[in-house]
Every structure is written in structure tokens, then in C-alpha cells.
Design a binder for this molecule. Sequence first.
Ligand code: UD1
Ligand code: CA
Length: 451
Amino acid sequence: MSIALIILAAGKGTRMKSDLPKVLHQVASAPLLVHAMKSADALEPAKTIVIAGHGAEAVGKAASEFDEKAEVVLQTEQLGTAHAVAQAKSALAGFEGDAIVLYGDTPFISPQTLDQMIKARAAHDVIVLGFEASDPGRYGRLVMDGDSLSKIVEFKDASDEERAITLCNSGVICANSQTLFDLIDAVGNDNASGEYYLTDIVEIAQSKGLSATSVTCDESETLGVNSRVQLAEAEAIFQAKARNALMESGVTLHAPETVYLSHDTHIGPDTIVEPNVVFGPSVTVENGAHIRAFSHIEGAHVSRGAVVGPYARLRPGTELAEFTKIGNFVEIKNAVVDENAKVNHLSYVGDAHVGARANIGAGTITCNYDGVMKHHTKIGSDSFIGSNTLLVAPVSVGAKAMTASGTVVTKDVPDAALAMARTKQENKPDLAVKLFDMLKKKKAKRQKGAE
Ligand code: UD1
Ligand code: CA
């Protein structure tokens, strides 16, 4: 059976107090919208329609970055959730299958829950995802009659008796696509908000002899983000879950609550992650690596047995081969470091290739940027780069070559050669002691003058 996703993302999210559309605020380095799209990914939707309004261009861009087939439909005026879904009608003309309505600001609906809804469609026409709310607040209430969902009442329109119901509407709805649009055609806006409520389709379905029911999930899945406080709550929920999943899969986290993960962080078993490590987007760490404290890693691939940190920074395009060592206060960007190579202290390696077993001395800098363009540095295998070497790119150092410490490398260094480029040292006999004496006398004279 084909599935079409309709994701509502037109709202401004006034309570976020932000210029950014609400659904583009991030949890675990991905927009809320992408989390919603991801949860439905397992259903392999044939169509994905994102209903955008506020900041539609940016919303569309984020949607197509995740799924290039996603279509964005504009809802210029936000007249209610039914009106929002109705905007998808022409994009889904001729589509045969079920449609699932999701909210772009509700990131944690699980694929299993959506699957349950699809399965429930075998026996009912309209499926609504409900949850037992610990604090039902202003959620719409599901009015059940046995297994049958009679109607949904919005809080504003509910009687005291209905407000006492704790089974609430998550907003997720599933129905045959054609049926959904037929039902929406009959929705009016004669209610407390003057909006076209999607929730009205349940009562309309019942009146047409169609059946409706609810599937329930845990409240934690239905968390919607309306404010910065809720955004932080969502972040905390995501992080706790993701850390647990990593530990369950065999990763050691010394202080799990201090490790920040992204939605797409992959870490292999038997890797150890010390406290206070940040994983930005697109990081893969293979088995048996060791990520030491206070490291910041994004867009990087760390191979088996590598040791990173403490206090290392891996930026996008970093590729660390097996058993490499990246030490404290080292920054690596867009660079490949081959197996067993070491960059142990205080270095910047950017736009570079470091050969196998090379040893990069403390304070080595690849000068990759000339103020206008970026240039590449190649460092050969088994080479030894002396401390405080500046490699002015584009430049290469051959295999088994050496640079003397303090060297500014501006010409390629052949294999096996030693490059030395610094002023020659001269020693002046006794001059140090003479200088000390002179300076001490000067100081004494000044102190006397001040008395
Ligand atoms: C809605 C439900 C309510 C449910 C609650 C769960 C209706 C009428 N009510 O209420 O039963 O308990 O969600 O959170 O459906 N949107 C648009 N265009 C519009 C209106 C809304 O894209 O014209 C989007 C919003 O950006 C948001 C989502 O739809 O992502 C929900 O809209 P919102 O106004 O927040 O609905 P609630 O009043 O919270
Ligand atoms: Ca809401």
C-alpha cells in the first residue's frame, strides 16, 4: 500500500519569539521538521507534502535537503489544521493509498506507532493517534464509545464533562487519501476559534457511516515544541534516549549526561567516550576508538583504534585512519590522516593529507589560506615534521622526509630530505651575563630616582 505524508509546518510559532520558522529550530543538530520526516521514513512514503507558510522558502529548503522528492505547498493564510491539509489536495490528485498527517513541530512519533496506525486501517476508515495525558491542558479530547472514536472536541469548545477526558489528540491522523479530502471538504469553521479544524473529520466520518478509532502511544512521543523551554525539553529527551541506545549497543560513556549527540551520530561498540564531548552532525566513529574528554567533533570519520583528545577539535572533512592519534589542542579540518600517524600537540592541519606513520610535531601549522583561496598540503608517510613547522600551502613534504623545528616550508621537500629554513644561530660568549648586569643597574637607578 502506498503512503503519502502530509506534514503541517505553516505556523509561525509565535511563542518561540524567533525570526526562524518554528519547525527549523533544531534538536540534536537537525530541524524539528527533519525529525518528523525521519520518523515516517521507515514507511517509505511514495509522496511527502510539506505545508509551509511562515518562512516557506527556508522550510522547503530544509525539507528537500532531507528528501529531494519532498514537495512544498504554500498555505498563505493559516486558517486551521483542516485548511492546511486541504492545501495538499492537488499535489495528491490521483494518488491512491493512505495519507498520514504529521505536525512539523512534533519530532518524536516513533516508526512503530505509525506502523500500528497503518495496521489499524484494516478495520477502520479514520485512525487518530491519541495518548493518555498526564496534564491534558488545552489538547483536543478524544470522545470514545467503546472501540469507536465518536468525535474530537477542542479544549475551547469542550464541555466540563469532555474536559475531564484524559485521552488526548496528538494531531496525527491516518485515512485513505481520497476519503481524507472528501471529509475535509465538509469541515466548517463555526467554532470557538473560527478555524477549520482537522479534528472535525471524525464526527463527519461517523455521520457518513464511516468508522473511526484511536491508536495510542506513550505521551513522550507526542511532545510538541511551542517554546524554547519545550525545545530544551525535547533536546533532553532526545539526548537521554540516544545515549542509552549507544550504551545498549556497546559504547562506554563515562559521564553520559555530559556527552552531546547529533541525530545522526554513529559510534561503534567498544569505543570509549570520556566526559564533555560534543558530536556535531555527520560523525561516524568505528569500533574500539577512544574519544577523550572535552573534544568537539563534527563531519568526521574516526576509524578503529584511533585516539582523539583530550581537547581535540575535528571539523568537517576529517578522516582519521586506524590507530591514528590526535592530541590536545589540535584542530583538523578537511584532512586525511593515514594509519598510525600522530598529531599530538597544539597543531592545525587543514586541507591536508598526512601519510601513514608520520609524526607531526607540536605547534605545526598548515597555512592553507592565503586570504583568498584555500590550498592543499601533502605530508608523506614516515615523515617527521619538527615542532613549530609552518607549511605554506600548496606544498608537499616527501616520504621519510624531515623538517627542522621552526622551519617555514615554502618549497616542496623531496623524499628522504631534511628541510631547514630558519635563521642560523649565533652564540655571543658572556653576553648574557653582561646584559643581566646592565639591566639590573638600570632598574636600581630607576628605583632610587623614585624615592
Ligand atoms: C491541534 C489539534 C488538537 C491537538 C493538538 C496537539 C486541531 C484543530 N487541533 O491543536 O486537537 O490536541 O494539535 O498538539 O487540529 N498548522 C498549519 N496551518 C494552519 C494551522 C496549523 O500548518 O492553518 C500547523 C501548525 O504550524 C502546527 C500544527 O499545524 O504545527 C498544529 O496547529 P496548532 O494551531 O498548534 O494546533 P493546536 O491548537 O495545538
Ligand atoms: Ca500546538
